[in-house]
Ligand binder design. Structure first.
Ligand code: ADP
Ligand code: MG
Ligand code: MG
Length: 536
C-alpha cells in the first residue's frame, strides 16, 4: 500500500469515528439556523396537509406532533398509549404477551386512571389476540383508531401551534439548495459505469455518506439520462433498512450526484472471496439471505423489480447489516404487468430473462438462489472459479444445466437453492401468490425471527472491523475523466433540473435526529429554554 492510500484511509477512519458532534463544522449552528417564520409563508400555503405524511411518516414531523400533544393535558394518555404501542413492537416474542396485557390494563380498562376512551372498544379483541398469537399485529385496530382520533381535532390544533411553525422552519432548512460546499470529501470508494463513488461527510451534521457521481459527459454520450433519473426516482420512493437510502440528489458543473447511505463494511463479493477460503459460514449465509429477502419483498411490494442481484451489489454497513445497492437496472412494473429485456449480469440472469420471455418478480428470486449458492459454495452456480465460458455456453447451462451441490450444502440449504433455481418461473419458490413470504417460511430460515429482523433488532453474526477500510486501494481504482468535446445544452439542463431535487425528506430528517442536531437545536422559549416536560 502506498503512503497516499494510508493517509486517505486513516482520514476516513478518523471521520467515521468522529460521527456525532465531532464531525460537525464549527459553523454548524449557523448552517442550521432557523429561518424566520415569515420566510416560511410560501411553504405553509403549499405543503400538503396530510396527517400521515406530516405526523407519522416524517421523523421530525412525528416528533413535533408528539411534543404538541404532550403539551396538551387532555392528550397525555393518548401519547402514553402511543409510546407503549411503539415499545410493544420492539419486545421479544417471549415478552410480548405480558407487555401487551399491561397495555390493555393501563389504557383499555375503564377503571384505570390512564384509560383512553376511544380505544376501549378494542379491549376484548386485543386480549384475545394476545392469547392466540402475541406475535401478530395485536393492536392494529387500536392503533388505527388512535390515529383516526389524533388526525381530527388534535391535528387541527397542532397546525395552529408553535410546534407546527417549528416544523415549517425545519422544512425550510430541509429545502436549502445542496452544493459541493454542503459536504467534506474523503477518499474514493469505488467506480461505477458513469463515475466515481466517494466518501462524503455533511459539514453541518457530521453524517457520513457515499456520493455516487454520474459524469454529465459520460451520461450524455451513452444516453444514460433515463437510466440515471430512473435510479434516482426509485431510490427516493423507498424507505427500507435493507435498501440504501438516498439522502440528497444534486448537480455540480460536471456531475449529477446521488448521496447514499454509507456502507463501510464492503460488498459480499469481497467477504466471499477475499477473506480466507472462498465462501461464508452457514450462520452468515442465512442472515444475509434473510435480510436480502426482506429487501426484495419491500421492493416487490412497491412493484419494483430489482434485476441485478449479485454479491457485488450487496453492501455491509459498520454493524454488519446488509443493504441492496445499485438500483440502476430496477424497473417499476405497472399493475400485474411483465417486462421483457435481457438485462443484468449474465451469470446471474434467470432462464426466462435469457430466453427473451416476459418476466416479473421471478427474476429476483432466481437471483437470490444464485446468491445463496455462491455464499455457500464459494463460487457461482454455473461457472467454476477462474473459468470463463463463452456466452452461449453460459446460456445453455443456465437454461438446461443442473447445478451441483457439494457437501458444503446442508440438506436445507440445498433444498432452498434448488427451489429458487427452478428453471420454470411458475414453479419457482417465491413466485406464488404469497409475495415472497413462502421464501421466509422455508426451513432454511427456521432460526430467523423475521419480525425482529425487519425492525433491525437481530444482531449480525459478523461485525466489520471499524479500523479497516473494506475497498480497493485508491491507486487500484482507475481514475474517471470527463470526456472532451461533448457539449451540454438546454435540453440537457431540463433533465438535470429533474434530477436536482436536493434533500430527500425522510432521510434528511433522520440525519438531523441521529446526529443529535435536532435535540440541540429544537429549543423553544425566549432564551431558547426548553421546559423539561417538552424533552423528547
Ligand atoms: P454502478 O451502477 O455504476 O455500477 P454502483 O452503485 O455499483 O455503480 O457503485 C460503484 C461502486 O462504488 C460499488 O461497487 C462500491 O464499491 C461503491 N459504492 C457504491 N455505493 C456505495 C455505498 N453506499 N457505500 C459504500 N460504497 C459504495
Ligand atoms: Mg454496480
Ligand atoms: Mg448500476
Amino acid at each position: 500500500m502506498e503512503i497516499e492510500d494510508m493517509v486517505a484511509n486513516s482520514a476516513l477512519i478518523k471521520a467515521r469515528e468522529g460521527v456525532g458532534s465531532n464531525g460537525r463544522s464549527w459553523k454548524w449552528r449557523e448552517m442550521l439556523r432557523f429561518p424566520h417564520i415569515s420566510q416560511c409563508n410560501d411553504l405553509a400555503t403549499t405543503i400538503e396537509r396530510d396527517y400521515y405524511s406530516l405526523c407519522v411518516r416524517q421523523p421530525i414531523g412525528k416528533k413535533l406532533f408528539q411534543l404538541f400533544c404532550r403539551s396538551q393535558p387532555e392528550l397525555q394518555n393518548h401519547m402514553s398509549l402511543q409510546d407503549a404501542l411503539d415499545a410493544f413492537e420492539t419486545k421479544s416474542d417471549e415478552e410480548r404477551r405480558d407487555f401487551g396485557m399491561s397495555i390493555v390494563q393501563r389504557f383499555l380498562m375503564t377503571q384505570s386512571i390512564q384509560c383512553v376512551s376511544i380505544a376501549l372498544k378494542h379491549k376484548q379483541s386485543c386480549t384475545q389476540n394476545l392469547d392466540q398469537d402475541p406475535c401478530g399485529d395485536v393492536f392494529r385496530d387500536c392503533r388505527e383508531d388512535l390515529h383516526k382520533y389524533l388526525s381530527g381535532e388534535p391535528f387541527i390544533q397542532y397546525q395552529k401551534s408553535m410546534f407546527f411553525d417549528r416544523f415549517l422552519q425545519w422544512k425550510q432548512l430541509e429545502r436549502k439548495p445542496i452544493t459541493k460546499q454542503t459536504f467534506r470529501k474523503y477518499r474514493l470508494l469505488g467506480k461505477g459505469g458513469f463515475g466515481e463513488v466517494w466518501a462524503y461527510q455533511v459539514r453541518a451534521t457530521g453524517m457520513m455518506y457515499a456520493c455516487k457521481k454520474l459524469e454529465k459527459t459520460h451520461v450524455k454520450t451513452r444516453k444514460g439520462e433515463s437510466m440515471a433519473l430512473n435510479e434516482k426516482q426509485i431510490l427516493e420512493s423507498l424507505d427500507s433498512r435493507f435498501v440504501v437510502n438516498l439522502a440528497y440528489a444534486y448537480e455540480t458543473k460536471q456531475a449529477l450526484c446521488m448521496v447514499l447511505t454509507m456502507m463501510s463494511g464492503g460488498d459480499l463479493r469481497f467477504h466471499i472471496y477475499n477473506i480466507g477460503k472462498p465462501g461464508l459460514d452457514t450462520e452468515r449465509v442465512c442472515f444475509y439471505a434473510a435480510e436480502v429477502c426482506c429487501g426484495l419483498i419491500h421492493l416487490h411490494q412497491k412493484s419494483i423489480l430489482y434485476r441485478d442481484l449479485k454479491p457485488e451489489n450487496i453492501l455491509l454497513d459498520d454493524k454488519g447489516h446488509i443493504r441492496i445497492s445499485d438500483l440502476g437496472l430496477a424497473v417499476r412494473l405497472s399493475e400485474g404487468k411483465l417486462v421483457r429485456g435481457r438485462v443484468g449480469t449474465l451469470g446471474y440472469m434467470a432462464p426466462e430473462v435469457i430466453g427473451h420471455e416476459r418476466y416479473g418478480m421471478s427474476a429476483d428470486w432466481w437471483g437470490l438462489g444464485c446468491l445463496v449458492y455462491e455464499m455457500t459454495a464459494g463460487q457461482p452456480p454455473f461457472r467454476a472459479r477462474g473459468e470463463h465460458p463463452k456466452t452461449s455456453e453460459m446460456e445453455r447451462r443456465i437454461q438446461m444445466g443442473q447445478e451441483e451441490y457439494s457437501d458444503k450444502f446442508s440438506m436445507v440449504a440445498k433444498d432452498l437453492c434448488s427451489l429458487l433455481l427452478t428453471k420454470d418461473p411458475k414453479r419457482r419458490l417465491g413466485c406464488q401468490d404469497s409475495k415472497g413470504r413462502e421464501v421466509q417460511a422455508h426451513p432454511f430460515f427456521q432460526k430467523i425471527n423475521f419480525r425482529m429482523l425487519e425492525l433491525g433488532l437481530v444482531k449480525p453474526p459478523f461485525k466489520p472491523d471499524p479500523r479497516q477500510v473494506y475497498c480497493s486501494d485508491v491507486h487500484d481504482i482507475d481514475e474517471f475523466s470527463t470526456l472532451k468535446g461533448v457539449t451540454l445544452n438546454q435540453s440537457d439542463n431540463e433533465f438535470y433540473s429533474k434530477f436536482n431535487t436536493g434533500s430527500v425528506p425522510i432521510t434528511w430528517q433522520n440525519e438531523i435526529i441521529e446526529t443529535g442536531c435536532f435535540k440541540e437545536l429544537n429549543l423553544f422559549g425566549p432564551e431558547g429554554s426548553r421546559s423539561p416536560d417538552l424533552d423528547c
